[in-house]
Design a binder for this molecule. Structure first.
Ligand SMILES: [Zn+2]
Ligand SMILES: [Zn+2]
Length: 151
């Protein structure tokens, strides 16, 4: 099985994921624009248990658009986001595709928060477009909010 290995811009933190990603998302929400310092984020999701991080990371947690928490882990020296976990997607980790700096990495399958996109940014044909979070994520948000009420 192919293993994808990436690193932050200073090289102190490495990330490895096994096999090709099944989900690659483009997100144009304002938080992703600010996190990346770019027009949006391109990232993939893997089960958190199979994402290997080599090197020390720092944590920044924020409340996302959905009201659920997003926990971003970044290289403390250079600031590259290495992965994040979201309260609404338990057991999953988001990993920025840019860490792999590999043009052969699988292309995006869906785009979220499309209305926040810069108008010049063209979404590739065949990519599912969502106005906000994907339906799958929203199901996770509802479950997370229910968990909070019962805890
Ligand atoms: Zn770094
Ligand atoms: Zn986003």
């Amino acid at each position: 099985m192919a293993v994808h290995t990436g690193s932050c811009q200073c090289g102190n933190v490495k990330v490895s994921v096994p096999g090709d990603a099944r989900i690659v998302t483009m997100c144009f929400c304002k938080d992703c624009q600010r996190r990346t310092g770019s027009a949006g984020s391109v990232h993939t999701y893997y089960p958190a248990a199979v994402v290997t991080i080599d090197g020390a990371v720092k944590l920044y947690s924020r409340r996302g658009n959905s009201g659920c928490f997003v926990n971003c882990h970044f290289s403390p020296d250079c600031g590259s986001t290495m992965f994040w976990t979201a309260e609404a997607s338990p057991g999953q980790a988001g990993v920025p595709v840019g860490l792999f700096a590999d043009p052969t990495f699988p292309p995006p399958t869906n785009a979220t928060f499309v209305p926040h996109k810069h108008p010049w940014f063209a979404i590739p044909e065949g990519v599912t477009q969502n106005e906000g979070h994907s339906a799958r994520f929203l199901t996770g948000v509802a479950a997370a909010l229910t968990r909070r009420q019962t805890e």
